[in-house]
Design a protein around this ligand. Structure first.
Ligand code: TXA
Ligand code: MG
Length: 336
């Protein structure tokens, strides 16, 4: 049953062009392909073809109530996907597209119900990764693409992560290198007033507010509120138990681990400032104390922990400042 998966590189012009051609050909035939984006890899299909979009749900095991983001490569195509285009959409597009921002707007009639999960809105994003832009331009239609992982598993930030989860379920994976943003896009709902952040990301609330002038407060504590299904409290999680903690030195970290009943030899530590040096841990990763660098590296670290089969991951709590909001959101969900 399983077909052999093809992985295509893109690091020379000739390889890039050939990969665009093959991806576009499969997409035009109603197939699903894995494409790189700057946030995480996406499992893409023609957004205007309901039977192609159905395959995305099947491959991921995705619940039917979770809508899929539509990817475009110009403003004209974005507007065609929306049933209304308020001025604030132009302002945000002007400021942040192409980039890691998804705008939720009233849907256009040609967007299938499967994409919107039956709802009256559609999420639209113009990604900055040159490969997916080239595929959309060649295809001439928008691409529906959720993250290219099995439902409820970690999002992939490189082609190897995709291969491990979906290698026996897709025909083509395009290797566009390590994702440069590293966590999923910020999702902001423009179908309500004032605009409302449904999923925090690297374009944070204060940046949005500077453009829109008004923004509903994020209900950080209320992860139970299901405005957006991706907002499930437990989400974006590795297999290992993930614990967020602060520590001032290794003795405090060891005490904390003991109090949690963790076996140190099976516990991996991800630190950004207070790095344990004793060698008693399964492993220690250091990610720079910088929100963008941390986001870029985080999922690869969590994937590596899953591959190594560690039982627990202790992550040094990042600051509560706006630029860390997206990272903190993913860590809290992974720890839930
Ligand atoms: O960075 C990203 O957004 C990546 C790349 C591939 O573009 N995509 C991604 O897709 O993260 P997915 O399906 O894993 O997450 C999409 C999130 C979900 O939380 C979904 O509920 C929300 O966006 N969403 C999509 N359309 C929506 C809509 N019309 N209304 C509310 N939420 C929506
Ligand atoms: Mg996802």
């Amino acid at each position: 049953m399983a077909m052999p998966v093809k992985i295509l590189s893109t690091h020379t012009t000739a390889l890039f062009d050939e990969a665009v051609r093959q991806a576009a050909e499969l997409l035009a035939a109603g197939e699903v392909v894995v494409l790189p984006t700057e946030t995480v890899y996406g499992l893409a299909a023609n957004a205007l073809d309901a039977s192609a979009v159905r395959k995305i749900y099947e491959i991921k095991g995705r619940p039917a109530h979770n809508p899929i983001i539509v990817h475009v490569a110009c403003l004209a195509l974005a507007r065609q996907c929306a049933g209304a285009w308020p001025q604030v959409a132009d302002q945000l597009a002007e400021a942040f597209w192409p980039g890691p921002l998804t705008l939720v707007l009233p849907r256009a009639p040609e967007i299938p119900n499967l994409v919107t999960a039956g709802g009256e809105t559609v999420g639209i994003r113009w990604p900055s990764h040159p490969f997916i832009q080239a595929v959309i331009r060649r295809s001439g239609f928008p691409l529906a693409a959720p993250s290219a992982n099995l439902s409820n598993c970690l999002s992939p930030t490189n082609a190897q992560h995709v291969l491990a989860q979906l290698g026996d379920r897709v025909r083509l994976i395009i290797d566009g290198g390590q994702a440069q943003v590293g966590i999923e896009s910020t999702v902001v709902d423009l179908s309500v007033k004032p605009p409302h952040v449904l999923r925090p990301g690297m374009i944070h609330g204060e940046s949005l507010l500077a453009v829109t002038g008004e923004l509903a407060a994020e209900h950080e504590a209320e992860y139970g509120v299901l405005r957006s299904p991706g907002m499930l409290r437990k989400h974006y999680a590795p297999k290992a138990k993930l614990v967020l903690a602060g520590w001032v030195d290794e003795a405090m970290l060891t005490d904390r681990a003991a109090a949690l009943g963790l076996n140190l030899q099976h516990t991996h530590v991800i630190a950004h400032t207070q790095v344990p040096l004793s060698g008693q841990w399964a492993g220690v990763s250091v990610i720079p104390h910088d929100a963008e660098a941390f986001a870029r590296a985080l999922y690869a670290e969590l994937h590596a922990c899953d591959r190594a089969g560690v039982e627990a991951i202790l992550v040094e709590l990042p600051p509560e400042t706006p630029e860390w909001r997206g990272v903190l959101d993913r860590l809290r969900r992974a720890a839930a």
